[in-house]
Structure formats: structure tokens, C-alpha cells
Write a protein that binds this ligand. Sequence first.
Ligand SMILES: Cc1cc2nc3c(=O)[nH]c(=O)nc-3n(C[C@H](O)[C@H](O)[C@H](O)COP(=O)(O)OP(=O)(O)OC[C@H]3O[C@@H](n4cnc5c(N)ncnc54)[C@H](O)[C@@H]3O)c2cc1C
Length: 293
Amino acid sequence: MSIFSGLETIVETGYPLANHTWYGLGGPADYFIRPRSVKQLKEVVRRCNENKIPIYVIGFGSNLLIGDEGLRAAVITLQAEQFKQTQFEGELVNAWAGADLSNLVLSCVQKGLSGIEALIGIPGSIGGAVKMNAGGNFGDIGAAVEAVTLMDNQANIFEKSKPELMFDYRRSNINAKFILNARLKLTEGDPDQIMKTVKEIWIYKKNNQPLNSKNSGCIFKNPRGLSAGVLIDRAGLKGLQIGGAVVSEKHANFIIAEKDCKSRDVIRLIDAIKQRVKEQFDTDLETEIEIWS
Ligand SMILES: Cc1cc2nc3c(=O)[nH]c(=O)nc-3n(C[C@H](O)[C@H](O)[C@H](O)COP(=O)(O)OP(=O)(O)OC[C@H]3O[C@@H](n4cnc5c(N)ncnc54)[C@H](O)[C@@H]3O)c2cc1C
């Protein structure tokens, strides 16, 4: 009997992960699974455990580089209707993991709720954003998250809230396999003023980031007190190309995937940048994107 018998409608085999990443790169996953409910998710996890199949959880794939060989694993995404819901109650928002972050920012603007305007234009899901503490110069999501509902790799569901829940620069202390939803505490404000802030941040991003290209946002974390983009620029690496991967002329911390680019091109370019920055500034760059291979 097949491993996922009875779950055929939510399981695809040999699924090209390039279809599910912002880079448009990455080989096939043995199983790509879209559970429609928490009950189904639990069943999927149980079957994976029983059959010793490694599990990866993918959001919108905007902070990922997946290897050309793909993954001998089950890649699970929480993007069915159940997992996309958002519920508003006064200044509290309960956002499920598969909800779209930018859409949530806009809904909050309409409702006159302030606190996550800085996240406009980040093309992630709530699950991915909370896990990575998405944000930037203008603030991050962790500041608004009060509590999360999690599920571990044995399918146990539990809550974690502040102060036990902690966020730092592009990381959280959430180690459970699945973030199911997050409760955000916002503050009431003037919708026009909130919209003005959102527009200003959006224009800043459009002017400074190569948004109309295949990329995965910033490749490297900023070393303490420094800007990774400035270091890469000063090392003269803008425009450096390996295969189909090229350092953006607009923002040196972005690597763009051009036609026929492979994940291995991006990885080789990342290594080349690290080496040149180390030689020139004696600084070790750490990747912000996750590489799954
Ligand atoms: C053009 C562009 C601009 C960007 N700008 C920014 C920016 O300004 N600031 C910023 O911080 N990031 C930025 N990013 C990176 C990225 O959008 C964010 O990190 C985003 O939060 C990732 O969300 P995702 O849903 O795509 O997660 P994915 O990339 O799919 O996954 C990222 C991580 O989160 C985990 N994850 C995803 N969903 C869940 C879940 N439900 N439960 C548990 N773990 C989960 C994954 O396993 C993985 O470890 C940018 C990316 C692009 C392409």
C-alpha cells in the first residue's frame, strides 16, 4: 500500500520545487504535500514518521535556495484555505501561517491598525515571516507577535508566548516544526497616516531593491554595525556573474537568477562573494537565505 494512500488529492510526487520558490530554482521533491486541515496535517506527519521521510516546511519560498537535485523528503506547505485565515478582534489579529504578509499589512491599514507597516513588500507568508523574524530598517514582525500556536514533529500542538517567545535579527527561538498561527498585537491609529508610512516604505524599497527580477531578497545578514551590501559593493562585486547568477547592480546584497541559472551558480557566487569580502575586509558573511540541498 502506498505511503500516502487515502491522501492522494493533497500529495504530488516528483514535484518541481522551482515552481514554489521566488528564485524559480530547485529540483524535485519526492513528495509535495498541501494538507487542508490540521487533522490532515497530523496524519501526514504521522505517515512521514512511520516511513522515516524527512519533513521540510515551506512558506512562499521567498527566503530559500533549493539545490538542483531537489530533496528526498516531503515538503509540506500550509496554503489551503484553513491555513490562510486572518481574524481581527480589536487590536488583536490572529493570522494563520499561510496568510500573505503583504495582504495582511494592507488589511491592517484599512482597519486603522498600526504595527506591521514596515513589512510591506516582503513577499512571504506569516509562517515564514515569524520563523525568520522578517523585517528591516523600519521594524520587524517579532515586535508585534504576542503568541504562536506550534506543532512539533510528533504532531503535538502547543502554544508559546512572550516572554518565552523571543525574536532577534532575522531569527526566532521557535524550533517546533510547524507554526500554525500567530497572534499579533497592534495599535489603533489614523488609516491615512498608516497608509502614508506604508507608501513611503514601499517607494524606498522599489527604489533600492531589484524587485522585478528573480531573487530571494538579501543573501547575507548584515554583520554587526556593518552593511553586507556596502561591503560587497566596496569589494567591487556588483555585476559579478557566475553562470546565470549575477550580483545586482541596484543592491549588492541581492543575487539575481537570469535565464538558465542553476542553484549551483548561485551557490558558487555566494562562495566567491564570501571569499572576496573576507580577503578585503577580514569579515565573515553569513547567509540570510536558507539553502536546502
Ligand atoms: C524581493 C524580496 C524582498 C525581500 N525583502 C525582505 C525584507 O525586507 N526583510 C526580510 O526579512 N526578508 C525579506 N525577504 C525574504 C523573505 O521574503 C522573508 O524572509 C519571508 O519572511 C519568508 O517567508 P516565506 O513564507 O517565503 O518563507 P520560506 O522562504 O518558504 O521559508 C523560510 C523559513 O521559514 C520556515 N517556514 C515557513 N513557513 C513555516 C511554517 N508555517 N512553520 C514553520 N516554519 C516555516 C521554512 O521552513 C524556512 O525555514 C525578501 C525576499 C524577496 C524575494
